[in-house]
Design a protein around this ligand. Structure first.
Ligand SMILES: Cc1ncc(COP(=O)(O)O)c(C=O)c1O
Length: 410
């Protein structure tokens, strides 16, 4: 008789590292294969009368039987279950990119006449989408420095449906108090989402602090290898189902099974990678603080970070992202691009190889943030005229330090 291999559930006491590896893992019932299979099938065999088209509609989109891969697929679903386990959530929706996760969430939760309070500084694409595209659909948007709770409270209106923040904030590494923001949002009957891409679940577990939805660009630390795009919205089942029903089905930016498989393979080593990146980042940040070419270093783990005590309270580890400033940053950028041998001068972050790029403040203001007054002053307090965003990889720490040292030399 043909043997069927069974997937045993994890013990309920399983720790975060074990859950990161094995939550949602399905042993192939036919072959017993342990590593996830890539299911490339666009559709799955229908069993008439099996409830696929029940009156509950969207509630069933992620459940067996799988119907059509735009809604989810067996490989993508395994990834979704692992992401939910990583964040301690009921459910997750994986999408083609991080940007799509943000867009899908916003276009599901907001409609014409609603109001969004968004962090005045966050991932550039999110800033441009919220401030330039959403108003075209009749959605009101107020950008606020989310580290200033009084200003957040003042921005909230009777029609505010959602607060969207990041912590740490890309690119300036400002930390926001997720628990306090959640209390504020909920007191006014609004939902709150956080883009936790810089932190990852290894550093911060926002749902434990009351946050309703966590966003990740899986393209960054969670995949960690710079070879797949992906995004996720993670939270309560009913909220995720609503976003899947609208964004997953109608916006159509489904994650490919191949990318889901690569991202799961990345998650296998998320904990050790993040711990190493965080330890190395601390050593590099300390080194940069002593370097004569550097005028300011921003790393949540440094006592000199403006919100170090909040970071200690909210983060288990301080992560792999560093910001630093130098006088004459444009000339230094050219020097780094020319001289670096270990670190790569390139956009993106959270990969196994260290990456650095200059984000010139005037250019960022012209292209994206368009801040004025206090908000611009708050930005400049972190970024000055320009911030080098350094994403720490898995190289030998001394090699990263020596490479930066030789490249920064006059
Ligand atoms: C914090 C943050 N959120 C979202 C995104 C968008 O992710 P993706 O490039 O996967 O669309 C990025 C990309 O850099 C990011 O840094």
């Amino acid at each position: 008789m043909q043997k069927t291999f069974v997937t045993h559930p994890l013990p309920s006491t399983a720790g975060p590292e074990t859950r990161a590896l094995d939550a949602g893992l399905v042993i192939d019932p036919a072959t017993g294969a342990i590593a996830p299979n890539i299911s490339m099938s666009v559709n799955n065999t229908l069993i008439p009368g099996d409830g696929a088209f029940s009156a509950d509609g969207v509630e069933d989109l992620a459940a067996l039987p799988y119907l059509y891969a735009r809604w989810t697929n067996p490989t993508v679903r395994q990834l979704e279950q692992r992401l939910a386990a990583l964040e301690g959530a009921e459910d997750a929706l994986a999408s083609a990119t991080g940007m799509d996760a943000i867009a899908g969430m916003l276009l599901t939760l907001l409609k014409a006449g609603d109001h969004l309070v968004v962090s005045d500084v966050c991932y550039a694409g999110a800033v441009e989408l919220t401030q330039r595209v959403l108003p075209d659909f009749g959605i009101e948007v107020t950008p606020v420095n989310m580290a200033r709770l009084d200003q957040v409270e003042a921005a909230i209106r009777p029609n505010t449906r959602l607060l969207h923040c990041e912590s740490p904030v890309n690119p300036i590494l400002r930390i926001v108090d997720l628990e306090a923001l959640t209390t504020l949002a909920h007191r006014h009957g609004a939902l709150i989402s956080v883009d936790s891409t810089f932190a990852t679940p290894v550093a911060t577990r926002p749902l434990r602090l009351g946050i309703d939805l966590v966003i990740h660009s899986l393209t960054k630390f969670i995949n960690g290898h710079g070879d797949a795009l992906g995004g996720a919205v993670i939270g309560r089942r009913e909220l995720v189902a609503k976003i899947r029903g609208r964004a997953g089905v109608y916006l159509g930016a489904a994650l490919s099974a191949q990318s889901a498989w690569l991202i799961m393979r990345g998650i296998d080593t998320l904990y050790p990678r993040m711990r190493m990146a965080s330890e190395t980042a601390m050593a590099v940040a300390r080194f940069l603080e002593t370097h004569s070419a550097v005028e300011r270093v921003l790393y949540p783990g440094l006592p000199s970070h403006p919100q170090h005590s909040l970071a200690k309270r909210q983060m288990e580890i301080f992560g792999g992202m560093i910001g630093f400033r130098t006088p004459g940053s444009k000339a230094i950028a050219e020097r780094l691009a020319d001289r670096l041998r270990v670190v790569h001068y390139a956009f993106s972050l959270g990969h196994q190889r260290s990456l650095v790029v200059l984000l010139d403040t005037d250019e960022m203001m012209a292209s994206t943030y368009r801040l004025t007054g206090d908000q611009l002053a708050d930005y400049r307090a972190y970024a000055g005229d320009g911030l080098f965003r350094l994403s720490i990889g898995l190289e030998t720490p001394a090699d990263i330090i020596a490479d930066l040292d030789q490249a920064l030399a006059p």
